[in-house]
Design a protein around this ligand. Sequence first.
Ligand code: DAH
Length: 339
Amino acid sequence: MKEKMDNIKNAALEMIEKATTSHELVDVRVKYLGKSGEISLLMRDMANVPKEERPNMGKMVNELRNAVESVLNEKTAKIEQEEKLARLKAEEIDVTLPSGAKELGTLHPLTLITRELIDIFTSMGFSVAEGPEIESDLYNFQLLNVPKDHPARDMQDTFYVNDNIVLRTQTSAVQARIMQKQQPPIRIISPGKVYRSDDDASHSPIFNQFEGLAIDKHITMGDLQGCLQTFAEKLFSKDTKVRLRPSYFPFTEPSVEVDVTCSMCHGKGCRVCKGTGWVEILGAGIVNPAVLDMCGIDSSVYSGFAFGFGIDRIAMIKYGIPNIKLLYENDVRFLKQFN
Ligand code: DAH
């Protein structure tokens, strides 16, 4: 029995000595100290030992167990510590390394230009008004002096939802809504989406307009001209000139078309202005007295001016964008240029 114990001890210690991983040490623990491990089984052999020797033998087996266990524990602690350090080393992260670049978004050119336009007009005392994009025929046309079946309807290719509802073709519809609700003085601007059945390099079925309306006592064409001159100088440059040409709109009388000197060549003539030095930017006029009266404002007391332009067109002129579609395709290579 004594010899057997010595053999077990030597074999166990050798196995511990040779072990290089915590897994191998677990195997040692099971093989010798586990429930049916070799040292545990020695206790069962005790039955064959003469009674008087049993206490001594029992003591020796316990000493053997303790000796093996303490060497095993020591080595396990050492190896687990080494394995932990190796794992930490393998997982090491250098927090000082630069991170992968995050791409920041930029404001859309239409957002940029709309904000700039709003800033310009609010600094002149206008405030922003809004209206629905799905609009009744009444506000989009009739109250603006365009009765049903009037030939002036041909000026705009309209998307009809039904006989009385349209996708608004012009932000002028907001004018009629405001005039019905509010007595003068009125000074509003109204940026927003409009829709027309029209599609080429300079027309998109959805685009953005910007409307202006000022109504008060004694408003004249001179006020309109002064307002637009200030606008053009702030939007383009101080040396920008404005010119009014007679035109026709059903809701203004007289009506004008407004040109500014080309911001690309400053009036010398270039590709953008087709060599003329001027670019047309908007329609405007003195609000037709018939419109004032239809909307509940006394035309014998009040007068007003109104204007409207395409925000997309202004963005194209100001940023030199050749095709309106670029504003709606959302190609990041294009959008990035407006940082
Ligand atoms: N609504 C016109 C259009 O879409 C633009 C316009 C012209 C607006 C004259 C006005 C105006 O307010 O007075 O073509």
